[in-house]
Ligand binder design. Structure first.
Ligand code: ADP
Length: 481
């Protein structure tokens, strides 16, 4: 079992108190690197979710000034940084990623709180400069109300921070459900939020199986914003469940990111960017390059350099300092990666680096070796779906128009990457790529200062930036004669 000064109880937090489940049912949380039991957390259900929403709703009666919200956000920032090492250890234990990545995740989470602390001026009332129809017009950014927040397991602290920071800044109260696979970072965060002086009846943490909790968040009329990060399939379920209740649904869903390297690109830069982008979190991020397109003129040289870099990566327990790639989150994730690789090989792809790993036993981690495949094609599973694992699949191309068409031939428009030294080509490509985040000569993902989100089936709404704050506000226009 995990021992941590930041985890006083294996419990949720409802109406200002730690809370077990009424049913006494629990869910096991295991370390994906070893299969060891870390905790048994309460399996809360509809009833506890309803109590949490009611607490959050009642708490809205007390209004807090911008200054008070800003003080909470800054206090949380400081506490996250102060406890960075312990939080990183908790993330690595429950999620598996290397400690160095977990530390970056804690810092990233802290940046969201400090960023939104500085953005409250953007939701001050805005008086229109002209008198229109003899009246004074003012736009107000009111708190939307109770925010229901659901996050996945790949960034247990980071994903939570994106949503909670914006909700607090906007003046909303919160009912948060982390992934049942990684709830411990959230428990640790909740103990820090209490230390930061937040009124905790505004901050509710519900733990348990997703179906029943998600359903209540979707249909309870007091939940005015539902913000979800996870798979497209679950996002669609939530949209359907909320439809007759007409509430704002923010969805950050899966991607299928193209990574395009043109003949005039800086090969060393592109190789390094791809390795950093693709193998972070063992390839389990929604902005990971999923389809790599290399111009035929540089394909051979690129693959040679890339193969060297991929072969150097060390797989292991994230707590060990030399580890570059930790385990996959669970057996289902491992099986999906193995299935995609087998499908690609069966259909003509060639494995340049990697091998078929032994299937993990019950008490060991689900480690998948970093793999490089060439000869990938449209129609292979690895190009159709997010693989969510440490596998690079490469296809060659020769014409710019063809590669843009190929890149766009997906319903998922989250992130795309383009490498070229030609400014005009970069500008043309970014304009024609239907993705919410397009990086040129860089493999970087989102930052708190900029709005991030997907086009088409990759989602609705934005996180980060002023746009991400306004998502948690209800806009009201007053007209005073
Ligand atoms: P992934 O495949 O990345 O695990 P999911 O969409 O299954 O993606 O999970 C992301 C988050 O959504 C997790 O917190 C999970 O518990 C939650 N979730 C899964 N199914 C539902 C559902 N029916 N209603 C609400 N939340 C759900």
């Amino acid at each position: 079992m995990i021992q941590s000064s930041l985890i006083p109880e294996f419990a949720g937090h409802v109406n200002g108190r730690w809370k077990e489940s009424e049913s006494g049912q629990t869910i096991r949380v295991v370390n994906p690197a070893t299969g060891d039991l870390l905790a048994e957390i309460p399996d809360m259900d509809e009833m506890e979710t309803k109590l949490a929403i009611e607490s959050a709703d009642r708490a809205l009666a007390e209004e807090f000034s911008f200054k008070e919200r800003q003080n909470w956000l800054l206090a949380i920032t400081e506490l996250l940084l102060e406890h960075r090492e312990e939080l990183a250890r908790i993330i690595t234990l429950e999620q598996g990623k290397p400690l160095k990545e977990a530390t970056v995740e804690v810092e990233y989470a802290a940046e969201f709180f400090s960023f939104f602390a500085g953005q409250l001026g953007h939701i001050s009332p805005r008086a229109l400069p002209d008198k229109i129809r003899g009246c004074r017009w003012t736009v107000h950014y009111r708190p939307a109300g109770v925010a229901g927040l659901i996050t996945p397991w790949n960034f247990p602290l980071g994903m939570m921070a994106k949503k909670v920071s914006a909700a607090i800044a906007a003046g909303c109260s919160v009912v948060f459900k982390p992934s049942e696979l990684t709830p411990l970072s959230a428990i640790a965060f909740w103990s820090l939020a209490a230390q930061a002086g937040m009124p905790m009846s505004r901050m509710n943490l519900v733990l348990g199986r997703p179906g029943p909790i998600g359903k209540v968040l979707c249909i309870h009329p007091s939940v005015r914003v539902l913000s979800f990060t996870g798979s497209t399939a679950t996002g669609k379920v939530l949209l359907q469940q909320t439809a007759s209740y007409v509430k704002r649904v923010l969805l950050e869903l899966g991607g299928n990111a193209p990574f395009i390297v043109f003949q005039d690109a800086d090969v060393d830069l592109a190789v390094e960017a791809l390795v950093a982008n693709k193998f972070r979190c063992a390839g389990q991020t929604c902005v990971c390059a999923n389809r790599v397109f290399l111009h035929l003129d540089l394909e051979e040289k690129f693959i040679e350099k890339l193969a060297e870099r991929v072969a150097e990566l060390r797989v292991g327990n994230g707590l060990h300092t030399e580890t570059d790639i930790g385990p996959l989150i669970n057996r289902a994730a491992f099986d999906k990666v193995a299935r995609h690789v087998a499908d690609a090989l069966r259909n003509g792809a060639k494995r340049i680096v990697g091998h078929d790993p032994e299937p993990p036993s019950k008490n060991s981690g689900c480690y998948y070796p970093p793999t490089l495949l060439t000869g990938a094609r449209q129609g292979m599973q690895i190009f159709k779906e997010e693989t969510f694992g440490p596998v690079i699949a490469v296809a060659g191309f020769s014409a710019e128009s063809d590669v843009i068409e190929l890149a766009n031939s997906t319903a998922h428009g989250l992130a795309a990457y383009v490498f070229t030294r030609d400014y005009h080509r970069a500008e043309r490509c970014t304009r024609h790529l239907h993705f919410g985040h397009v990086a040129v000569n860089s493999g970087t993902g989102p930052t708190p200062e900029a709005p991030f989100g997907g086009m088409m089936q990759s989602g609705l709404g934005r996180e980060g930036g002023v746009e991400g704050l306004v998502e948690f506000c209800e806009i009201q226009t007053t007209v005073i004669a």
